[in-house]
Design a protein around this ligand. Structure first.
Ligand code: MN
Ligand code: MN
Length: 285
C-alpha cells in the first residue's frame, strides 16, 4: 500500500510537468497593493486549505482527479523590485505556454496579470480577456505610478486591440474609469441577459479569465486587499461559471487573496473551492 502523504501542492495536483494538462504557478507579488498588503501569501494559503476540501464537485459532477495537474509551486521573487518580479512572472508564463499546457496563475496582487497577458497575447494574438472583479482597474495611473493593481486592465486594454476586454462584477472605481468601462460594455455586477450576449459574441475565440477574489461579497470572503461591499455570493459565482462554460478558455488567474485578514481561513477555503470549480469548468475539455 502506498502511504498517503500530504504534499505541498494544490490538492490532487500530482502529475509531473511533462504529463500534466494543466499547470499551476504561484506568483506571490504584492508590491502594488494600494490598501492592505499580504496577497503574497495567497497561493500558499490556497494550497494549504485545499487539503481540507474534496476533489469532487457535486455542482459539476466531476472530479479533479480526472485531470492531470502539475503544481510548480511559487516563484521566488525579489518583492521590492517590481520590474524583475514582473519579468520573472512573464518568464514563468512563457515556460507553461511554450510547453502547450493550460496555465493557471495564483496571485499575488492583480498586477501579476499584466506580464501574463503579455505572454498569452504572443501565443494567442486574438485573445479576449474576461476580467471578473469588484473594481474597474482602469486607472491611467495611481499616485504617478502607471504599473499598479488599479491600472492593470487599462494596460491590458492598451495592449489588446479595442473590444478585447470584457468586465463582470464591477461595482467600484473612479468616475472616469466607469466612463471607460461603459464604453467597453462592462457588465456592472451581474446581469444574465448581457452575460449571455457576451458569451455568444466570444464563442470560438480564445478567452483568458482573470478573477479578482474581491468580486465576492466581503462578508463571505473578507481576506482580500481591497474589500468592497455588495459582491457575489458563492452560488452566484457558480452560476457565472456555468454561464461561461460555452467559452473556449485558454487559461486563467485567481488573484488578490490576502489570507491573513481572515483568521477563520474561510476566505482561503472558499478560494480553494473556487479554484477547483474553475479547473473543472474551464480546463476539462
Ligand atoms: Mn483587481
Ligand atoms: Mn478588485
Amino acid at each position: 500500500m502506498n502511504l498517503p502523504i500530504m504534499e505541498q501542492t494544490f490538492i490532487s495536483a500530482k502529475a509531473s510537468f511533462a504529463e500534466a494538462k494543466a499547470v499551476i504557478l504561484g506568483c506571490p507579488y504584492d508590491g502594488s497593493a494600494t490598501f492592505r498588503p499580504g496577497a503574497r501569501f495567497g497561493p500558499s494559503a490556497i494550497r494549504k486549505t485545499s487539503w481540507g476540501i474534496e476533489t469532487y464537485s457535486p455542482y459539476q459532477e466531476s472530479d479533479l482527479t480526472q485531470i492531470k495537474i502539475h503544481d510548480m509551486g511559487d516563484l521566488e521573487l525579489p518583492l521590492g523590485e517590481k520590474k524583475t518580479s514582473l519579468s520573472l512572472i512573464q518568464e514563468g508564463a512563457r515556460r507553461i505556454l511554450s510547453a502547450k499546457k493550460f496555465p493557471i496563475f495564483l496571485g499575488g496582487d492583480h498586477l501579476i496579470t499584466l506580464p501574463i497577458i503579455e505572454e498569452i497575447h504572443r501565443v494567442y494574438p486574438d485573445v479576449h480577456v474576461l476580467h471578473i472583479d469588484a473594481h474597474t482597474d482602469l486607472r491611467e495611473e495611481y499616485l504617478g505610478e502607471t504599473l499598479n493593481h488599479s491600472t492593470v486592465m487599462k494596460k491590458v486594454l492598451d495592449l489588446l486591440s479595442k473590444g478585447r476586454l470584457s468586465q463582470v462584477g464591477i461595482r467600484s472605481g473612479a468616475q472616469e474609469e466607469f466612463a471607460l468601462a461603459e464604453k467597453i460594455g462592462s457588465i456592472l455586477f451581474s446581469d444574465p441577459k448581457s452575460l449571455r450576449r457576451m458569451v455568444n459574441r466570444l464563442k470560438n475565440r480564445p478567452v483568458y479569465i482573470s478573477l479578482d477574489l474581491d468580486v465576492m461579497d466581503p462578508g463571505l470572503l473578507p481576506g482580500v486587499g481591497t474589500p468592497e461591499p455588495g459582491g457575489f455570493t458563492f452560488q452566484e459565482i457558480l452560476s457565472l461559471f456555468k454561464g461561461l462554460q460555452p467559452l473556449r478558455v485558454i487559461g486563467f488567474d485567481l488573484v488578490e487573496l490576502t489570507p491573513d485578514y481572515d483568521p477563520s481561513q474561510i476566505s482561503s477555503v472558499t478560494a480553494s473551492v473556487i479554484l477547483r470549480e474553475m479547473i473543472l469548468a474551464f480546463c476539462s475539455r
